[in-house]
Design a protein around this ligand. Sequence first.
Ligand code: PLP
Ligand code: ZN
Length: 503
Amino acid sequence: MKTENFPNKIQPYLLPKIGGEMVYRGIKCNEEFDIDQLLYTCPKCGSVLLLEDKLFEQLRIIPGDIWRKVFDYRRMLNVPALKGIYLYHEFIGPTLPLDSIVYLGEGNTPIVEANAPLQKEVGRKFYFKNDGQNPSASFKDRGMASALSYINHLLRTGAVSEILAVCASTGDTSASAALYASYLQPRIKSAVLLPHKKVTPQQLAQPLGSGAVVLEIPGVFDDCMKVVEALSDDYNVALLNSKNAWRILGQESYSYEIAQQFDYNLDKKTVVVPIGNAGNITAIISGFLKFFETGIIDTLPKIIGVQSAHADPVYRYYLEPDSKKRVFKPVTVRPSVAQAAMIGNPVSMPRVINLVEKYNEKGKGQKVFFVEVTEQAIMDWQLTANRNGHIVCTQGGETLAGLIEAINSGVVERNEEVILDSTAHSLKFSGFQEMYFEDSFPEAFEIVPKREFQNSPRLVCPSGLKEAPEPGKQLAPERFEEFVRLTTEEIASILNLKKKKKA
Ligand SMILES: *Cc1c(COP(=O)(O)O)cnc(C)c1O
Ligand SMILES: [Zn+2]
């Protein structure tokens, strides 16, 4: 739709005005730093940073109902820069001009309601928000669009001349980083560090296909992360992990979309999210807070963070009810099917601690909860979801298992509606499904496949068949007829089909 066709009241706000005053803010010391540099940790105290718009208060001048309409009408605009996460430009990157924005089709992912049998089994009305339907098939694209748009802006304004982007990854960060970097080549090149044999073949194929330099490092993700941190401390590289605060900013769009997709009414709503490096839950909390503070939503939804018992440092931290007595201890991870979240020392933990406290305060009571699930439950619920029309990854299965856990412990009441974050596409993690179906899980996973969920292909090979077709070789007509007839009969017998009565 063209600008002149929108209501007069909306027109002045339809295209975002470039404004705001963004700074990095140290999470411990509260010091601020200029955004004309790439910064990952506080130069004063070494803690992680968050980005802040010092003019955020000005967003409150526009009433909530106008903002709601602006976002709804913006969806009808055909401006590529505003099609993805920058639909919420004023909240995500107010200082970025539209022509610096990189849009590869990320964001605006569907919310799919579970069918009646699955809702009955679970006992709640719930939905998956399918972030696997992003361009690199995980939610990481939200943050990468933000980080790379910012870097693109630095390049365009001449603040930097060329960039080597690096990241450590459990698979999806590198897939996303390599994709966005390749769009901006040759001025941006990327190198990704992966824990050797700890990412799936599909995830490995992605940065290779995008032309990134792929470096495999012995150990698990936490070891990789230490190497990439040392690299970004000592060398001139752009770090694309969620330690980079621009990533967090872009991922806040997930919350804005949920608000919009429920017509900004989040009363009795609960959002469930898996936790790995804790960047995603940081962004989700922060996003809802910003919409709440500007009157765009008037209720903060409940948030439930889920961890596997094989990688559960955040869950353990919050086991202690007295906030003054809580001490964070990293854990040594064990093999997990929620491999993208298999992290023992989450980089965003200080951000989580800050934001959870603020969220509970603003929500006037406990609004953020943490649950733990078994590897078995993750697999069983992933397979159950996908046998009911979903495309959730193992981490998506983890959120459904987490919902069950939360229901059992009384955290989610009967009249609440739940949005589960399916963080990636099921196909990225099909190897775990294969191990389940073939009963080939190494013992350390502690998973015993259930017969009713297993599935495998059957080769149809009728006993009387003399010759079968092969590529490049044609069967004689009567042989081919025989092949079709025998194969059809065999299939009918397998499927127990009754022959149609012919008139
Ligand atoms: C990265 C990732 C996670 C974990 O998110 P964090 O921000 O690291 O907590 C979960 N699921 C998938 C599919 C991921 O790629
Ligand atoms: Zn500091």
